[in-house]
Design a protein around this ligand. Structure first.
Ligand SMILES: *Cc1c(COP(=O)(O)O)cnc(C)c1O
Length: 819
């Protein structure tokens, strides 16, 4: 229905993009949207005005993209992710609209410092780490390579916590990214859906037909959409990131209120508000909370209702679903979508069960992100049944169908049947979300070649044998716009000057830099850019932490979530060993190093928080010991997030990617560093393996056990005590740590942490230590040969283009989504 009677409505006035118009547009926004003049406007008012002026320039493309998709009847991709770690959007938008020069000129006219204002934009930290950042890179790449796509997620009011370091310990504070409002988003009140929880299912017998199932929920709330436009490179296309917020159906229960129960009157509001209030600060292990399960269902249901509504409005044929819709599950968090799709198809759209399952499988794809068994979500059957009684029925029905097929047609053994089942029957019965995601999808992909192979042999061993055609590899990527062009403008300028602009549209064109890698004048300029980036980071560290560091030292950086498998501990222990060496051999020519750490620990993860404290304790002692003569400094940068990464990565000489082999699914931090000309020291884990293939074994420093060797050591039971006692450096470093050299105030603080290494060393820290220390000395040797270092650094930049998320997205589009 339309209320418009005039078919020839005038078009809105055009939004010109020259500096003159941009400047007047910003003033207009400041005046009429923000309601301030330039005399009283605060920095945040300017930020809002600038964002609104830029946003206007996105909207025409946005509408054009949407219309183009609609008119062509194109298939759309729906990327479901519980996390989108997008960071700031202003610079990204300006850059992708190609308005950098114009906006700088406009700001010059207005006398406002853009850099300073842009700093005020909060990081949208709606994610924990790599998985959420991948979703953000993918959104940008889908727009860039012109794929009609929607991202669906949750509009958390409080994103990932803000980390402060107090006396060396992590302190978690709420992150309040919406404090000044969010000028990027559009609240679409009309796009809202009812979401149910709990209650019971009524069965209505039908004469001569299948019975009807009617879910009578105990609780209901609304999901309301907030849309953010996502601009691709050169504004080829603008897609939509649609985030859901929970709203009460009855914001106030007036009878309760009037009866004097003022708090009780707001219970519906509180319930809804709580649902989308916080992002769970869990990384690689499930929060195990009912609220988390409710969040997963809430956003899955809202997204599916929205997808089906759009599909039916345009195509009016539910059977066309797989032809027009590709739904992608970013890990198991949205896996309940598979069952929600079954419910909607059967109960709402009247599709018969077997056909509903076929449509579902043909529509869904699933990316697995981890092999850690504790990260494969499962939920207790009683909890699932209480919240989703209808879904539980459907899970049993799907399970019966699958197990029958597995037994009858695939001849699965009893053990295989137990592993394939959607229900884990060993002990407390649990619903297996990984199995639902796998069986409900026609494609299951890993995120690096190694991870994909390991998936077939471990977590999905039996499922893979049942469906050997489903698992495929899609190695992760990063968007070169944010992670090269925007975060490293100086390097970008140098590259453009040297090889032209082609690499901006196709990162693999960076290969042309190979021709100048040996050219000493290019090497000097490459090194000079790196040094400028290091000065920028040094200044930031000086301002924020008051520590002075020398930009001529090697900047050795490990930034990522703090986790035992990522082995920050290995790095810290090596620093302690190096500290010993520097003091006992002052006559030697030590390479000056600054070791940087940054990262957040899940609040409930005891050892990860202790590792942060250890890094800070070690830093305090080493940084204040004059006998080190500044040859080694340790810096822990608080509150790691996208914006911090954007400053630190371009300044890195050495990138630490040292996870226990077989445990990092891919990593994307590794790619960001290498494309910015850092050398990697790393294990043969995740995408490091493919990085070695691309950059060449001579341009990356690989050490340590392989995934197979780790497996073998664990199976056989290795003897870490023997290893430690056989390594003088390691045993000295460990006894220093465990005896309280770095923790006089609490000498026993690290006894248990170090004890774990002697006892089981699950993450192979002791097992890999000597190889790691030797690799670090190899790094020192390369550093001492400056031209050799520079050639390797340049070749890293030149050869990392394949790791663009544009390449990854093209592979998804071709093999999985078929768009
Ligand atoms: C890239 C990125 C990550 C992922 O880093 P890994 O080293 O791959 O774990 C995490 N957090 C932020 C903010 C990032 O930008």
């Amino acid at each position: 229905m339309s209320i418009v009677t005039n078919p020839d409505l005038p078009l809105p006035p055009p939004r010109f993009t020259d500096a003159e118009h941009l400047a007047s547009s910003i003033i207009e926004k400041l005046t009429y949207q923000v309601g301030k003049n330039s005399i009283v406007a605060q920095p945040h008012d300017w930020l809002r005005a600038i964002i609104l002026a830029i946003r206007d320039r996105i909207i025409d493309n946005w509408m054009e993209s949407t219309t183009r998709t609609y008119e062509a009847g194109s298939k759309r991709v729906y990327y479901l992710s519980l996390e989108f770690l997008i960071g700031r959007l202003l610079r990204d938008s300006i850059s992708n609209l190609e308005l950098v020069d114009q906006i700088n000129e406009a700001m010059g006219k207005l006398g406002v410092d853009l850099a300073e204002i842009a700093q005020l934009e909060p990081d949208a930290a709606l994610g924990n780490g790599g998985l959420g950042r991948l979703a953000a890179c993918f959104m940008e790449s889908m727009a860039t390579v012109d794929i009609p796509a929607y991202g669906y997620g949750i509009r958390y009011v409080n994103g990932l916590f803000r980390q402060e370091i107090a006396d060396g310990w992590q302190v978690e504070l709420p992150e309040n990214w919406l404090a000044h409002g969010n000028p990027w988003e559009f609240h679409r009140r009309e796009s809202s859906y009812e979401i149910y929880f709990g209650g019971k299912v009524d069965i209505i017998e039908q004469r001569g037909a299948e019975p009807k199932y009617v879910w009578k929920p105990a609780e209901r709330m609304m999901a309301e959409a907030y849309d953010t436009p996502v601009v691709g490179w050169r504004a080829n296309r603008v897609n939509t990131l649609r985030l859901w917020s929970a709203e009460p159906i009855d914001p106030i229960l007036l009878d309760k209120f009037n009866a004097g129960d003022h708090i009780g009157a707001l219970q519906e509001s509180t319930k809804a508000e709580t649902l989308t209030r916080v992002l769970y600060p869990a990384d690689a292990n499930p929060a195990g909370q009912e609220l988390r399960l409710r969040q997963e269902y809430f956003f899955s249901s809202a997204s599916l209702q929205d997808i089906l509504r759009r599909h039916m409005q345009q195509f009016n044929d539910i059977k066309l679903l797989p032809e027009k819709v590709a739904i992608h599950l970013n890990d198991t968090h949205p896996a309940v979508s598979v069952i929600e799709m079954m419910r909607l198809l059967i109960d709402i759209y009247g599709v018969e069960f077997d056909e509903a399952w076929e449509l579902t499988v043909a529509t869904f794809g699933y990316t697995n992100h981890t092999l850690l068994p504790e990260a494969l979500e499962t939920w207790p059957v009683p909890l699932f049944e209480r919240l989703f009684p209808r879904h539980m029925q459907l899970i049993y029905a799907v399970n019966a169908k699958i197990l029958l097929h597995a037994r009858k047609e695939a001849g699965a053994s009893d053990e295989a049947i137990r592993q394939i089942s959607l229900i884990d029957e060993g002990g407390e019965r649990r619903v297996r979300m990984g199995n639902i995601a796998f069986l409900g999808s026609h494609s299951i992909n890993g995120v690096s070649a190694l991870h994909t192979e390991l998936m077939k042999d471990t977590v999905f061993y039996n499922l893979h044998r049942l469906h050997p055609d489903r698992i495929n590899n899609k190695t992760n990527g990063i968007t070169p716009r944010r992670w090269l062009k925007e975060c490293n403008p100086k390097l970008t300028a140098l590259i453009r000057e040297t090889i032209g602009d082609d690499f901006l549209d196709d990162a693999e064109k960076l290969q042309a830099l190979n021709d100048v890698a040996e050219d000493s004048s290019f090497q000097e300029r490459f090194e000079a850019v790196k040094r400028e980036n290091k000065v920028r980071l040094s200044n930031l560290v000086g301002e924020r932490l008051g520590t002075r560091i020398d930009p001529n030292a090697m900047f050795d950086i490990q930034i990522k979530r703090i986790h035992e498998y990522k082995r920050q501990l290995l790095n810290i222990i090596e620093a302690v060993a190096l500290y010993d060496q520097i003091r006992s051999h002052p006559e030697m020519d030590w390479v000056p190093r600054v070791k940087f750490f940054a990262g957040k620990a899940a609040p409930s993860y005891h050892n990860a928080k202790l590792i942060i404290k250890l890094a800070n304790d070690v830093a305090r002692v080493i940084n204040n010991d004059p006998s080190v003569r500044g040859l080694l400094k340790i810096i822990f940068v608080p509150n790691y997030n996208v914006s911090t990464a954007e400053v630190m990565i371009p300044a890195a000489d050495l990138s630490e990617q040292i996870s226990t082999a077989g445990m990092e699914a891919s990593g994307t931090g590794n790619m960001k560093f290498a494309i910015n000309g850092a050398l990697t020291i790393g294990t043969l884990d995740g995408a490091n393996v493919e990085m070695r293939d691309w950059v060449g074994a001579e341009n990356i420093v690989i050490f340590g056990l392989t995934a197979d060797e780790v497996d073998e050591a664990r199976a056989k039971g290795h003897n870490p005590r023997e290893i430690i006692e056989g390594s003088k450096e390691l045993s000295q470093a460990l006894s220093a740590i465990s005896s309280g050299v770095f923790s006089h105030d609490d000498p026993g603080r690290y006894t248990e942490l170090v004890g774990g290494l002697y006892d089981h060393d699950w993450f192979m820290v002791a097992a890999d230590f000597d190889a790691y220390a030797a690799a670090q000395r190899e790094v020192d040797a390369i550093w001492n040969d400056k031209p050799a270092w520079n050639v390797k650094a340049i070749r890293n930049t030149a050869r990392m283009g394949w790791f663009s998320s544009d390449r990854a997205i093209r592979e998804y589009a071709r093999d999985i989504w078929r768009v």
